[in-house]
Design a protein around this ligand. Structure first.
Ligand code: HEC
Ligand code: HEC
Length: 294
């Protein structure tokens, strides 16, 4: 920095480097000053109108009395008001009656979509598309039945299908034969004679039904009797990844067998205590519309 100012009368600050690099003392541009004072004014106005200073437990309220909580409560009240007539009508109806009314069905579906996202999609995938180990709800392949009554039972009380572990009851060769037979059925083939003989002889049909489609009986109203045993005669696998090894594993270790370490887990929690009847009803309508069917 220079000792004395070699550029007198120039309005510089006297800070000079490298002989001639110097700092001038010019006022800030007008546009900048206007912006600066405008933002100070804006800040003062904001502090007076809105919550601002964190004094004590609560910030100073501001003379408008605005707060995010109040705004949230106001819009919630608006939403509740719009929903109230729908909610009241639904409360007095069965799921089947709601399904018969396109307008109410539409309302119920959009309301239940949120519930499904909160309570169900972690296991069943978004939109009921399924996850490994958890059944798809968006098709018409049901373990326990797809009528509104069966769906309501599934959702309110939960489900826990059970299949005996056959390791020790059947020989390894018999398990292999059955697993091959299940794969054949899943590919649309008729399945070996030997497989069918074992299937009936070893009592698989008691749960999976005469046709191995998981159905024990068909009622006059079209609904079905099942114990939740999977349909073995379609291409849909209940347990991933499907195929020979998967089938062999399920046959050997069963489903939900206490004390069998490698057994398949298949527990659907009941929601009767956790969700209101109204919410369960909405979910019944929602799941019914995903998959439909009996
Ligand atoms: C913790 C995981 C989990 C959650 C959460 C869950 N489910 Fe399930 N759900 C299952 C399993 C596992 C099964 C199959 C049970 C079985 O195989 O015995 C199942 C079965 C079902 C079935 C019967 C399917 C059929 O084919 O018959 C319905 C309907 C169903 N769930 C609906 C729901 C709805 C609606 C919700 C949300 C309120 C929900 N589930 C939440 C795991 C879950
Ligand atoms: C006590 C009833 C019961 C008996 C007996 C039974 N199963 Fe099952 N089985 C089930 C149930 C229930 C499921 C589906 C579990 C679930 O999803 O909750 C199942 C699932 C299966 C699966 C898995 C299908 C898939 O898509 O992943 C196969 C394979 C199978 N059973 C084959 C057999 C064979 C072969 C026998 C006879 C050796 C047999 N089961 C006997 C109840 C039974």
């Amino acid at each position: 920095m220079a000792e004395h100012n070699p550029f007198p009368g120039e309005n510089n600050t006297g800070h000079i480097w490298d002989d001639n690099l110097r700092e001038l003392n010019n006022p800030a541009p007008r546009w900048w000053m206007i912006g600066f004072w405008a933002s100070v004014l804006w800040w003062v106005g904001y502090a007076v109108l809105y919550p601002m200073w964190p004094i004590g437990q609560e910030p100073t309220p501001g003379i408008l009395g605005w707060s995010q909580i109040l705004e949230y409560e106001r819009s919630l009240a608006q939403v509740t008001e719009v929903r109230a007539p729908f909610e009241e009508r639904i409360a007095g109806m069965t799921a089947d009656q709601i399904l018969a009314d396109p307008g109410l069905t539409q309302y119920t579906l959009s309301s239940a979509k949120v519930l499904f996202g909160d309570y169900c999609s972690a296991c069943h995938g978004s939109g009921g598309a399924g996850n490994p180990g958890f059944p798809v709800l968006a098709d018409d392949d049901w373990l326990f039945g797809g009528t509104t009554a069966k769906l309501a039972e599934s959702i309110a009380n939960g489900r826990k299908g059970a299949m005996t572990a056959h390791k020790g009851i059947l020989t390894d060769a018999e398990i292999d034969t059955l697993a091959h037979w299940v794969v054949e059925l899943s590919e649309g083939q008729p399945g070996s004679e030997q497989g069918w003989a074992l299937y009936r002889g070893k009592g698989c049909n008691a749960c999976h039904g005469e046709k191995a489609n998981g159905i024990l009986a068909q009622l006059p109203d079209g609904s079905v009797v099942t114990v939740g045993a999977a349909n073995l005669a379609d291409g849909i696998w209940r347990f991933e990844p499907g195929g020979f090894e998967s089938a062999r594993h399920t046959i050997a270790y069963g489903v939900n067998q206490p004390g069998v370490e490698q057994t398949r887990d298949a527990v659907m929690p009941g929601f009767a205590g956790r969700l209101s009847e109204q919410d369960i009803k909405k979910l019944v309508v929602y799941v019914h519309e995903l998959g439909g069917g009996k």
